[in-house]
Each structure stands twice: as structure tokens, then as C-alpha cells.
Design a protein around this ligand. Structure first.
Ligand code: AHM
Ligand code: MG
Length: 330
């Protein structure tokens, strides 16, 4: 059995930066994930289900677990020296770490501490998504917004934790995608999926069909294509939508498929956030042989302009994304 730390240590020569830094960063994320996992698994027994009396900057109600997970990740990341500051779905502004860290630490982390949290109360899988960049502000100066507004192609690592029937941590540093299953009796993440990659073909499409009437025409045409009968292309495809990006994406990486969250009348720019949802998932997707686009361009090439900006998001098996693009652009 190989633990996450052993694996990262053995592979750290593949990481372009200093020995030990990535290991320390991932280990703080894993520590926070273990804590969140514990809280989620007994959520029905403690008073942490339901909503807090607060909302985030996007006007979305925060669940108690959103707030708890956010605090926990901040604590874990602040406890190591590598991180200068973080940006989170649950915080309006950047959180710049004090005590000189803002001037000396080399990395910034963007995080969605508890993605799909509206599913918590009904015991459906939720996730954590994280994205890691090197600072661009010179050492010696305080980090600033530009350190966070880097295109996704500058990520040095990204990953997610899926709190499902088992808990998994999946990460990439641009050298493949690796998955670790949490072994509760040992309290450790152990290697379970080395070099994960999308199967060449997929036959599952994943979208909130309740919004059908609000979708762009190209998406509607692609959905009809997925539903048509054609033996040669194994259609109709299956429709599967959990409503937790991490869980829907994780199924697709293992089985093949496409996940779509287009712009809609209610969400003219799409719902998912570019910096801490689309970019990390797109980095992992490409590393696993998939494609990720906003319908016009590669997600990883988008130059962000604000911390909480949203983007339409289409990610999955290349042939399925290509077929979708055909309908979006014709
Ligand atoms: P959240 O970060 O506020 O939980 O929202 C993101 C989630 C994704 O996990 C999921 O893909 C999507 O929102 C589901 O949205 P909808 O309920 O509109 O289908
Ligand atoms: Mg989210």
C-alpha cells in the first residue's frame, strides 16, 4: 500500500519547483479533507446540516458545512509556510496570510471548499476542488489580485476530494492524474488509481435537463443527438446528473462521458466559477486525455478578470466535446 505522502515524495522530481513544497501543500489539503470527511460522515448526528444565516458574495446561501469547510481549509493552509494567501468561493475577497507570508511564501491556492453543498442534507456526494499557482508578484512584495487572476494553463497543481461512498483525493501536477482512497482505519489516503485517463469512448451525458428551455440552441441540438437511436455510435447515451460537479466529473473520468453547464437565462455567464471550479477540473481533464471548453475556447486559456467570475463549462471525452462543438458552432 502506497500512501499519498509516499507517492508524492517518490514523484516530486516531476514537480518543477522545490523539493518538499508540493508534498507539504498536498498534505495540508489532505489534513483538512480528513476533517471535512469526518464532519460529513456524521452530519446527521450533529447540528451541522442546513443553512447558516449568511450568504456568499454571489448571493448564494451558505450551508453550515460550507462555512466549516472553508474555515478548516484556511487553518490547514495557514499552518504551513508555502502559501501566501487563498481565494475561496465562500470569501468575498482574497485572504492574504499575515506574518510576512504574503511577502515570502511562493504559492497561492484557490478553493471551493464544499462543492455541491446543497446535496449534503440528502446524503449525496459532495466535493472539494483546489487549484494551485506560483505567485507572480516578486518575493519581498505583498501578493495581490494578479497572483490569483492567472489563466488556468499556469496552474502548477490542481485536484479534488470526493466525499462519496468512499472518499477520494485526485490530483495532478501536469504529470498525469492520480487518485487516492481514504482508508479510515489508518487515517490515510492510499494510492488506488494511478495514471487515470478517460476511456476513448463515452456514452453518458450529464446536464441539468430541467433548464432545457433556457439552453442555447447548440446545446439543445446536442442533447437531441445524445437521445437519438444509432447503433453504430451506441446511442441513445445514458443521462446521469448528480448535481455535484466533482461526483459527475469523477464518474466520467472512470466511465467516459461529457459534463455540461451552459449559459442559461438564469445564469447568462454559466453557473460554475472559472477560477476554483472550471480551471482545476479542466487541468485534471486534459491531463487525463479529455477536453474542456467554454464553447468558444479552451478553458485553460481564458484570462480571468475577476475572482468569482463564471463560465459556461463543457468537459469530457474528446469525441463528445467535438460533437457538441459542431452543434454549438454550426
Ligand atoms: P456550489 O459550489 O454552490 O455547490 O455550486 C456548484 C454546483 C456544482 O457542483 C454542480 O455541478 C452545479 O452546482 C449544480 O447546479 P444546478 O443545481 O443548477 O444543476
Ligand atoms: Mg462549487
Amino acid at each position: 500500500m502506497i500512501t499519498l505522502s509516499e507517492f508524492v515524495y517518490a514523484k516530486q522530481h516531476q514537480f518543477a519547483y522545490a523539493t518538499g513544497e508540493l508534498s507539504a501543500l498536498l498534505s495540508s489539503i489532505a489534513t483538512a479533507a480528513r476533517f471535512i470527511n469526518r464532519e460529513i460522515s456524521k452530519a446527521g448526528l450533529s447540528d451541522i446540516l442546513g443553512f447558516n444565516e449568511s450568504s456568499n458574495i454571489q448571493g448564494e446561501a451558505q450551508t453550515k458545512l460550507d462555512v466549516l469547510a472553508n474555515e478548516r481549509f484556511k487553518k490547514a493552509l495557514i499552518s504551513r509556510g508555502e502559501v501566501a494567501g487563498i481565494a475561496s468561493e465562500e470569501d468575498d475577497d482574497l485572504v492574504i496570510f499575515e506574518g510576512g507570508r504574503s511577502q515570502t511564501s511562493k504559492y497561492v491556492v484557490l478553493i471551493d471548499p464544499l462543492d455541491g453543498s446543497s446535496n449534503i442534507d440528502v446524503n449525496v456526494p459532495v466535493g472539494t476542488i483546489f487549484s494551485i499557482y506560483r505567485r507572480v508578484t516578486p518575493i519581498g512584495q505583498n501578493i495581490a489580485i494578479d497572483d490569483f487572476l492567472q489563466p488556468g494553463n499556469k496552474q502548477v497543481a490542481a485536484g479534488y476530494v470526493l466525499y462519496g461512498s468512499s472518499t477520494l483525493l485526485v490530483y495532478t501536477t501536469g504529470q498525469g492524474v492520480h487518485g487516492f482512497t481514504y482508508e479510515p482505519s489508518l487515517g490515510m489516503f492510499c494510492l488506488s488509481n494511478e495514471n487515470m485517463s478517460f476511456p476513448e469512448f463515452g456514452n453518458t451525458y450529464s446536464i441539468n435537463e430541467g433548464n432545457y428551455l433556457k439552453f442555447p440552441d447548440g446545446v439543445k441540438k446536442y442533447m437531441k443527438y445524445c437521445q437519438e437511436i444509432d447503433k453504430e455510435t451506441h446511442r441513445p447515451y445514458n443521462s446521469r446528473y448528480i448535481g455535484s460537479l466533482v461526483a459527475d466529473f469523477h464518474r466520467n473520468i472512470l466511465k467516459g462521458g461529457i459534463f455540461m453547464y451552459p449559459n442559461t437565462a438564469s445564469y447568462p455567464d454559466g453557473k460554475l466559477r472559472l477560477l476554483y471550479e472550471c480551471n482545476p477540473v479542466a487541468f485534471i481533464a486534459e491531463q487525463a486525455g479529455a477536453k474542456a471548453t467554454d464553447g468558444f475556447q479552451r478553458i485553460l486559456d481564458i484570462q480571468p478578470t475577476s475572482l468569482h467570475e463564471r463560465s459556461p463549462f463543457f468537459v469530457g471525452t474528446p469525441s463528445m466535446v467535438d460533437q457538441l462543438m459542431h452543434f454549438l458552432t454550426s
